[in-house]
Design a protein around this ligand. Structure first.
Ligand SMILES: [Zn+2]
Length: 503
């Protein structure tokens, strides 16, 4: 039996030591400490994926042959190095539990990855075994660090990944948008780490202060840092590996799956003067029936079945302002969508569904990459916006008086933060440019005004002057008191998302 293992190259793997006698002594030291076959191979220096994919029976025989054929070297108790992760958590029962959880979550995915969190105390265990080996086999282990040893997580994935892939009928990859999260915990982990607080109280005290609620005092980051600052002598005097026992096994108390966010972009029109862009909440209660965000996200949620959404747009309009023309670019970030595969035709159907809304219509609805989302915020200041306003004047105006406004080009105006937004924005003076205007008389006291301005211009304040806080304003230009009755946004100049030519 032993001979065939030596003949099959992947079964061997490469050891740190090339001396069979030394390897034999290392195996004995590790098995005396209760390590499982895979952990013995890890500390021997084996890093080959194929070796760890072998069955537990094969690997057990392999290590027994390395130990000189002694059959009873393995403990039946949980392994103190992997806390059972490379033992019971490699068995079919656990793989089936994962597969069942994934299936009951009902996500759509093409590939998957697994993210394992192991108990923090496993850092101490690995460190302790490495020191033990360094003590006994100084030349071989003196410069070896934890990174030189195949990690428990990797070994688990090498072995379980392909099996899980079979069960889920999807390939296991190094990168995927769909993540199966396995959280392993060990109830005595904190207690085991507690001596670190005596060594470096400042590291862990700071951590406690930051956290309002009960949180993790010992994290992988701070424990790793403290271990790297600690002398081997201090560690060995203050830490001993817990004795083998049935309880020395971690639990997998969380199996969770999550799909990366998916982003849908488009342009919206708003035809109502009573609909806010986002849900309008005041003192915990709703102030409006619906919102642009809800009109768009409702149908999206039904199809993508996401959990949370974040709606953003290139600027925004007030509740009483309509959004006309080709619409305002927007994007919806959808967290953990359970459905992700949509064709252009599917998106057109969703768009039709949204467009059943009386007040909101969308176009160019499409799935976009996360990286492109930044384009929405790019050039928010530089871009030109055009508006259409119905205005009132205190005194009758002739068309000739109004026509003078057509001559205004690139007018620089100064706007102090409007009174109506002072409660949420700091007091400042903004410089903005009104590129052009065109006015048309409606009747003696009313006229229509088209404006093209720099993005971020407060249009209402430019028309009525905001008690002199915007200068010059329409009133000072025309030498008559003006007010604004209705405002529409005609265009938001942004070449994103790409037009689909669907409307
Ligand atoms: Zn182990």
């Amino acid at each position: 039996m032993a001979l065939s293992f030596n003949m099959a190259a992947p079964m061997c793997g490469n050891f740190f030591s090339t001396d069979p006698t030394e390897t034999k002594e290392i195996v004995h030291l590790l098995t005396q400490n209760g390590l499982c076959p895979r952990c013995v191979l890890r500390f021997l220096g084996v890093g080959e994926t194929a070796v760890f994919r072998s069955s537990t029976e094969e690997l057990t025989q392999k290590v027994i042959s390395l130990a000189g054929g002694q059959e009873d070297i393995f403990s039946s108790l949980p392994c103190p190095a992997c806390l059972g992760i490379l033992q019971v958590y490699l068995e079919n029962e656990f793989i089936n539990r994962i597969a069942e959880t994934v299936q009951s979550n009902d996500h759509e995915f093409k590939t998957f990855i697994c993210s394992l969190t192991t108990p923090v105390c496993s850092l101490l265990r690995e460190h302790a075994f490495l020191l033990l080996l360094r003590e006994k086999f100084k030349a071989l282990y003196d410069y070896k660090v934890v990174e030189d040893i195949a990690s428990v997580k990797d070994v688990w994935k090498w072995k379980s990944g392909p099996i899980l892939a079979g069960a889920l009928n999807a390939p296991f990859e190094n990168k995927s948008k769909f993540d199966i999260i396995l959280n392993f915990t060990y109830e005595k982990s904190d207690k085991e780490c507690s001596f670190l607080s005596y060594h470096s109280p400042e590291v862990f005290r700071k951590r406690k202060k930051q956290q309002k609620n009960y949180g993790d005092t010992y994290t992988r980051t701070n424990v790793t840092k403290v271990l790297s600052d600690m002398t081997d002598g201090y560690f060995q005097r203050n830490y001993s590996i817990p004795k083998s026992s049935e309880e020395n096994i971690c639990k997998c108390d969380e199996i969770r799956c999550v799909h990366d966010a998916v982003y849908v972009a488009g342009r919206y029109n708003k035809y109502s003067r009573t609909l806010s862009q986002t849900p309008w909440m005041l003192d915990g209660g709703r102030k409006s029936q619906s919102s642009v965000e809800e009109e768009i996200c409702g149908p999206l949620k039904q199809k993508f079945r996401f959990t949370e959404q974040r709606f953003s747009s290139s600027g925004r309009e007030d509740v009483d302002v309509r959004m006309l023309g080709k619409g305002r670019p927007f994007v919806v970030e959808m967290d953990d969508p359970h459905r992700v595969q949509f064709t252009a035709q599917d998106l057109l159907e969703i768009q039709k569904e949204i467009n059943k809304s009386a007040d909101v219509k969308v176009r160019d609805l499409q799935i976009v990459d996360k990286i492109d989302v930044n384009k929405l915020k790019e050039g928010e200041i530089e871009k030109t916006k055009t508006y259409f306003a119905l205005c009132w004047s205190k005194e009758p105006l002739s068309q000739e008086q109004l026509t003078k406004l057509n001559d205004v080009k690139d007018l620089v105006i100064y706007q102090k933060t409007p009174i109506r937004v002072l409660h949420r924005r700091p007091l400042a003076t903004r410089e903005r440019v009104v590129y052009s205007m065109a006015a048309e008389k409606v009747d003696d006291l009313h006229f229509n005004l088209s404006l093209s301005t720099q993005a971020g211009t407060y249009i209402k304040e430019f028309v009525h002057g905001d008690f002199g806080r915007t200068t010059p304003n329409l009133g000072t230009l025309m030498e008559v008191e003006c007010d604004i009755l209705e405002l529409d946004v005609q265009s938001v100049e942004l070449d994103w998302p790409p037009s689909l030519g669907d409307s």
